[in-house]
Write a protein that binds this ligand. Structure first.
Ligand code: ADP
Ligand code: MG
Length: 321
């Protein structure tokens, strides 16, 4: 695990016990938070977090992310308690690097983190401004700094999330991407606590990117890995997405989806897009089911709920999902 936030040495009032049952695929953050509920600590009220925490809990897997959120929460909370007692409480640098393949939940988590930080009083608005290279890099001298500053300004009070951030360093010495990086670094200095910067991208590329700029790694003390989902997690995500929309898979459809995912996960020539791939299949299958059912007079409730194996058109020949 690569994340580091600082150390919490035996906090006296919060008993930090993380549920870590190896047999349990579903790791719930609210198990940890529920231990805090009964006591009133007189600082940040824990209850306010439950709504947002529930959203995070609904995400399948992601143990590292859920642990991290709890760790940051504990740290910020204890710092508030320390300040109340007149003790030192350094403000934390919360800029992050999210490493992982497409569809592993990086944007989803960044959005939730924004809202959590707002509740924790770290950010005033908690919104997410998601950008990529083209939103930051301009076409003539001075244009890039202007474009990048504009995005920082939009993100003030919230999170600036740069997807495929490594592409800023790709173009060589003369590329304006460098200017974007310099402007971002300056932004970090100028607006120390007014926004949180999250850089996201493929794992190897992000490592390369950070190593190519000696000043960068220390500015991003929180590094989180978003691993590819396992087959059973992808199946769980599929079932959850359907359940949220009040659909379910027939047992044949379930088998078919499982087989398809298994083959796609290990496809040698294609980058598999994890939960996004699952979402695309699910959304498509809902449309195909509708087309199938429209020909039927008065479909039953069961008809309307069930996604059959014929509704699953899994044979993706393009590499786009
Ligand atoms: N652990 C998860 N549980 C449920 N849904 C997920 C999970 N991870 C990702 N998703 C869903 O998959 C889709 C792609 O996720 P996203 O956050 O955009 O991935 P990334 O930013 O890493 O490419 C979204 O619809 C998201 O809600
Ligand atoms: Mg994304």
């Amino acid at each position: 695990m690569t994340r580091r936030v600082g150390s919490i040495e035996a906090p006296h009032r919060i008993n930090v016990v993380l549920t870590n049952d190896r047999n349990k695929n579903y790791y719930s953050l609210s198990d940890s938070f529920s231990k805090l509920r009964s006591e009133d600590h007189g600082a940040m009220p824990h209850d306010r977090f439950f709504q947002i925490i529930k959203e995070l809990d609904h995400l399948v897997g992601m143990k590292e992310v859920k642990d991290l959120i709890y760790e940051i929460y504990a740290l910020l909370y204890i710092n508030q308690c320390r300040r109340k007692r007149g003790l030192k409480a350094d403000s934390q640098v919360l800029h992050m690097v999210f490493r992982g393949n497409p569809g592993t939940g990086k944007t989803t988590v960044a959005r939730i983190v924004g809202r959590l930080f707002k509740e924790m009083g770290v950010l005033s608005k908690g919104h997410l401004v998601e950008v990529e290279r083209a939103d930051l890099v301009g076409e003539y001298i001075g244009h890039t700094a202007q474009k990048t500053r504009e995005q920082i300004r939009k993100a003030l009070g919230g999170i600036l999330f740069i997807d495929e951030a490594y592409s800023l360093a790709r173009g060589g010495e003369k590329d304006f991407g460098r200017e974007a990086i310099d402007t971002l670094v300056k932004g970090l200095e100028d607006y120390k606590t007014d926004f949180v910067l999250i850089l996201a991208g493929y794992s190897n590329e992000m490592d390369e990117f950070l190593n190519s700029n000696p000043g960068l790694p220390s500015r991003f003390p929180i590094q989180v890995s978003f691993p590819d989902y396992r087959l059973d997690e992808l199946m769980q995500i599929a079932e959850m997405m359907l359940e949220q929309r009040e659909y379910q898979l027939s047992s044949y459809a379930r088998q078919k989806l499982r087989k398809h995912l298994q083959s796609q996960m290990h496809h040698p020539h294609r980058r598999f897009s994890n939960a996004r791939h699952v979402r695309n299949i699910i959304e498509k299958s809902i449309r195909y089911q509708a087309v199938r059912l429209i020909q039927k007079t008065n479909p039953s409730k069961e008809d309307l709920i069930t996604i059959g194996s014929d509704d699953l058109h899994c044979e993706s020949s393009s590499g786009l999902w």
